[in-house]
Design a protein. Structure first.
Lengths: 171, 314
């Protein structure tokens, strides 16, 4: 009997407790900077696509929601002819971001992806590409590695030494 | 003509309280569970009442092909009718009642006994095992608690020397009955919860075990009538607690008597909801044990002692 009255009193005291509810559309929840939400394709500092269409993201994707086709421009720089992510399949695991060798594909803190039409969940390249560098400003894959596509010559990269002339080392 | 207005007033007050309780209960429960509750539709979410009602009206009103059709359709009505009839004898104010029966308490007890039919017939006509179990539980529970619900009121009746609710209220001018009749109040309160099969005594519907029990098969406005019937039941028991034990419309005269009656009633409705928020459901045999082994002897004892003291004082 006492325990019943006590539990009723304790429940009543919850009137003075703080509410747990977040009134969502008016009050946005805090999202950590590294929150894994909507996927974007970033550009480098010269506003050129970072993506080199290596298919690693598509291979890493556990739900096969990424689809792309590689092509090359006149310089031999690879880029995706189309790049398609089906967000109705995407599970926001971030494996594609981990797999990406050029920091092109990135997950950003945005989860508001609701659509009335299911077909609108399929994002094409023009929806995915942002005109910014995302989480890694200043990074350009072709300045660190890769073939010469007009960004840098051989041995002119950021952390690169000049190529060794093997014949000069002869006695 | 005056009677028409009073009947309309009583109907409007009771039905709007019952409908408003949809919102009140959900908001209060959320307050006690650190949530906000429905607050989107209209100011403070009050439009939830209208929204829920409209939703109930537009739901498909499905009568199962395997059910006993006429009984199935009749059952929800019985609950509403018996409870609304009882409100006829409840005095809302000194001159605000439909009729002041000299057997008002008996009228209430008789009607609440008839209310059992609604649930038993509803569960039976659904032709569904869970519904039938719910109905059987309901009949046992309500018959058990019926016995000492009546007995617990006898102390009040003896002290007021009348079965009429108005006379009972007037007899409380010198002091409310919940002090001399404290045991009676506790027993009536517990019996009232069991009678309206509200949580924690919602054993007939027990969502976790019986999937809503006797009204599993009901949909649309037929379910709505059980729903409203339950809220009307809470309102009725709260109104009777305030009438029989807490002086009904009596109160300081700076506010009209009807206000005091509604205020006390609302307070007990809130207690009902607090019970739901805080207590777990007992097992079926525990409920029966509590009824027959504790509450029945307690109410008999209360009856004996009250009678002895009253005779001694005379």
């Amino acid at each position: 009997m006492i325990s019943i009255l006590r539990s009723m009193w304790l429940v009543f005291l919850h009137v003075f407790h703080k509410r747990e509810t977040v009134e969502y559309p008016e009050v946005k929840p805090y999202l950590a900077p590294r929150y894994r939400g909507r996927i974007v394709l970033t550009r480098d500092a010269e506003m050129k696509e970072r993506c080199v269409a290596c298919y690693l993201c598509a291979a890493a994707c556990p739900v096969d929601c990424i689809s792309l086709q590689a092509t090359e421009d006149a310089d031999g720089r690879r880029f995706p002819e189309f790049f398609r992510i089906n967000f109705s399949r995407c599970i926001f695991c971030g494996f594609c971001e981990e797999a990406c060798p050029t920091y092109a594909i990135q997950l950003i803190p945005d989860f508001e992806l609701a659509e009335y039409n299911r077909q609108n969940m399929v994002y094409e390249k023009e929806h995915l590409l942002i005109s910014g560098e995302g989480k890694y400003p200043g990074y350009n894959f072709y300045k660190n590695a890769g073939v010469n596509v007009g960004v840098k010559g051989k041995g002119e990269g950021d952390n690169e030494e000049k190529p060794v002339d093997v014949k000069e080392l002869l006695p | 003509m005056k009677y028409v207005f009073i009947i309309a007033g009583v109907l409007i007050i009771t039905l709007s309280i019952a409908a408003g309780l949809i919102w009140v209960e959900r908001r209060l429960l959320s307050v006690w569970q650190d949530r906000l509750g429905p607050n989107r539709v209209g100011p403070f979410g009050l439009g939830q009442v209208v929204a829920d009602t409209i939703k109930l009206f537009f739901k498909e009103d499905w009568v199962p092909s395997f059910s006993d059709r006429p009984v199935f359709i009749l059952a929800p009505g019985i609950l509403l009718i018996t409870i609304l009839l009882t409100f006829a004898v409840v005095p809302f104010g000194p001159n605000f009642y439909v009729f002041d029966s000299n057997i008002g308490v008996l009228f209430f007890l008789g009607n609440s006994s008839l209310g059992v039919y609604s649930i038993v017939l509803g569960g039976w006509a659904s032709n569904n095992k869970y519904s039938l179990i719910g109905a059987m539980r309901a009949s046992a529970q309500m018959l058990t608690y019926e016995v000492f619900m009546g007995l617990s009121l006898m102390g009040v009746v003896m002290m007021a020397d009348s079965f009429s609710f108005c006379k009972i209220v007037e007899a409380q001018k010198d002091g409310w009955f919940f002090i001399p009749q404290f045991i009676g109040f506790i027993v009536f309160f517990i019996a009232g919860i069991a009678e309206t099969h509200r949580l924690p005594f919602d054993i007939p519907e027990a969502e976790g075990e019986l999937i809503a029990g006797y009204h599993s098969e009901y949909s649309g406005m037929k379910f709505g009538m059980f729903f409203v019937g339950e809220y009307l039941g809470i309102t009725l028991i709260s109104a009777l607690i305030s009438t029989l034990f807490f002086g009904g419309w009596l109160g300081p005269s700076f506010l009209p008597p009807v206000f005091w009656f509604l205020f006390k009633t609302f307070f007990f409705i809130c207690v009902f909801i607090l019970l739901r928020a805080s207590l777990p459901r007992p097992r079926y045999d525990q409920l029966m044990e509590l009824g027959w082994k504790i509450l029945l002897p307690l109410s008999l004892l209360n009856l004996l002692i009250t009678g002895a003291i009253l005779i001694f004082l005379k």
